[in-house]
Write a protein that binds this ligand. Structure first.
Ligand SMILES: *Cc1c(COP(=O)(O)O)cnc(C)c1O
Length: 394
C-alpha cells in the first residue's frame, strides 16, 4: 500500500462517516460548474483541451468520465477500499480481474457452487487461454489448502453463494491465499457492502455485479472491482482502459442513484426474507430451506461474524421434487418468474433450468428441486400470501 498518494477513496475513508452518508455523498460533491446537487450524466465521448495535451483530467470517455468517476469513488468508499473501477457488467469486471492476476500456465480455485456465469468464464474462456481452475467447497478449509498449487495465484470466493447460499470464512481464506503468495477475490454481489465488507476481513479485491443490489432497481447491467492494493489497482485500471469494457455515463448514473438507498433497501430485504424463511420453514411442501440466518445452516456462525445481516436471497427445496419446484415457479404472481436478483421487486426462479443451466452436467450442477427467491421490498404480508398460495398447488 502506498500511503503517500491521495487516492479517490481516501478522503471518504478517513472521514469517519457512516455507510449511508458515504452512499449519498462520497464522490458526489455538488457540480462545480452549475451547483447541481446530483452528479450530471456527462454524456460525452471527448473533452476540449486548452492546449495540446492540456486537459482537466479527462481526455476520452473510455479512459475516464466524470459520472463514472463519481460512481467509482462512491463504491470504493462503500467497500472501505482505496480504488474502485467500474465495468459494463459483472462478468466484464471479472474478466478484467482474472486477466490481470492470472495468465497462461496459471491456476485458480473457484467455489464448487460458483455463479454459473463465473464458472463458464473459467471453464470455457480462461481454460482456452491456459488458465486452470479447481472447483472446491470453500467451507472446507482443508480441501482448500490441499487444492493450492505453486502456480495458484487466486482464490475466488463467493459468500453467500448463488444459488445454494453456502457461506465461506473470508478471513480464513485470505490467510490460506496469502500464505501461498496468492490473492483472495470475493464476489460480494449477494451480501452487498452494506452487509459485508470483505477487504476488512483480509480480501485483496472485491467484485460486484452492480446489476443486483447496488443498482437495486433491475434497470441496469454493470460491474465493479474495489481494492486497497495500489499496485494492483494500477494494473487493473490499465487493463480497464486497454480492454475497454467500461459502463456508459447513464448506466454509471443509474448505479450511483441506486447506491444512495442501498442501506434502507437492504434492511427491508433482510426483514422480508426473514418473514419468508419463517413461512417456508416447517411448510409441508418444503423439504429444506437454505438461508444463512437459520441457526442450523452450516455457515451460520461464520455468517453471523462477518455479515451484519443475512440478506434477501432465500433458496428452498421442494418435497415434491422438480415437478413441484417448476409448479411453484409458475404459480406465484407477485414473485415474478425471472433471472437476476437484488431489485426492489421479488423474483422467483428455477436455477437448474435458468441461471445455472450452464453448469448442468458439471461438478457445479444444482439440484432440480431447488427454487431461488430474490425477496424484494414489497409489503411482507403480500409476499407471504403469494408464496403460500403457490405452495398449496405445488
Ligand atoms: C449476476 C452475477 C454475476 C455476473 O454479473 P453480470 O452483471 O450479470 O455480468 C456475478 N456474480 C454473481 C454472484 C451474480 O449474481
Amino acid at each position: 500500500m502506498d500511503a503517500e498518494r491521495d487516492l479517490p477513496g481516501d478522503r471518504w475513508a478517513g472521514g469517519g462517516y457512516g455507510f449511508e452518508t458515504l452512499a449519498i455523498h462520497a464522490g458526489q460533491d455538488p457540480d462545480p460548474a452549475t451547483g447541481a446537487v446530483i452528479v450530471p450524466i456527462y454524456q460525452t465521448s471527448t473533452y476540449a483541451q486548452s492546449d495540446v495535451g492540456e486537459h482537466r483530467g479527462y481526455e476520452y470517455s473510455r479512459s475516464g468520465n466524470p459520472t463514472r468517476t463519481a460512481l467509482e469513488t462512491c463504491l470504493a468508499a462503500l467497500e472501505a477500499g482505496r480504488t474502485g473501477l467500474t465495468f459494463a457488467s459483472g462478468l466484464a469486471a471479472e474478466d478484467c480481474l482474472l486477466r490481470t492476476v492470472t495468465g497462461p500456465g496459471g491456476h485458480v480455485l473457484v467455489p464448487d457452487d460458483a455463479y454459473g456465469g463465473t464458472y463458464r468464464l473459467f471453464a470455457r474462456v480462461l481454460a482456452r487461454w491456459g488458465v486452470e481452475h479447481t472447483p472446491v467447497p470453500l467451507g472446507d478449509l482443508d480441501r482448500v489448502r490441499a487444492a493450492m498449487r505453486p502456480e495458484t495465484s487466486l482464490i475466488w470466493c463467493e459468500t453467500p453463494t448463488n444459488p445454494l447460499l453456502a457461506v465461506a470464512d473470508i478471513a480464513a481464506l485470505a490467510a490460506i491465499a496469502h500464505e501461498a503468495g496468492a490473492r483472495l477475490a470475493v464476489d460480494n454481489t449477494f451480501a452487498s457492502p452494506y452487509l459485508q465488507q470483505p477487504l476488512a476481513w483480509g480480501a485483496d479485491i472485491v467484485v460486484h455485479s452492480t446489476t443486483k443490489y447496488l443498482g437495486g432497481h433491475s434497470d441496469v447491467v454493470g460491474g465493479a472491482l474495489v481494492t486497497s492494493d495500489t499496485g494492483l489497482a494500477e494494473e487493473l485500471a490499465y487493463h480497464q482502459n486497454a480492454m475497454g469494457a467500461v459502463p456508459g455515463p447513464f448506466d454509471s448514473w443509474l448505479v450511483l442513484r441506486g447506491a444512495k438507498t442501498l442501506g434502507v433497501r437492504m434492511d427491508r430485504h433482510c426483514a422480508n426474507a426473514a418473514r419468508v424463511v419463517e413461512l417456508l420453514t416447517g411448510h409441508p411442501a418444503v423439504a429444506a430451506v437454505l438461508y444463512p440466518g437459520l441457526p442450523d445452516h452450516p455457515g451460520h456462525a461464520v455468517a453471523s461474524r462477518q455479515m451484519s445481516g443475512y440478506g434477501g436471497m432465500v433458496s428452498f427445496r421442494l418435497a415434491g421434487g422438480e415437478a413441484a419446484a417448476l409448479e411453484v415457479c409458475r404459480r406465484t404472481r407477485l414473485f415474478t418468474l425471472g433471472e437476476s436478483l437484488g431489485g426492489v421487486e421479488s423474483l422467483i426462479e428455477h436455477p437448474a433450468r435458468m441461471t445455472h443451466a450452464s453448469v448442468a452436467g458439471s461438478q457445479l450442477e444444482v439440484p432440480a428441486d431447488l427454487v431461488r427467491l430474490s425477496v424484494g421490498i414489497e409489503t411482507a404480508d403480500d409476499l407471504l400470501a403469494d408464496l403460500d398460495e403457490a405452495l398449496a398447488g405445488g
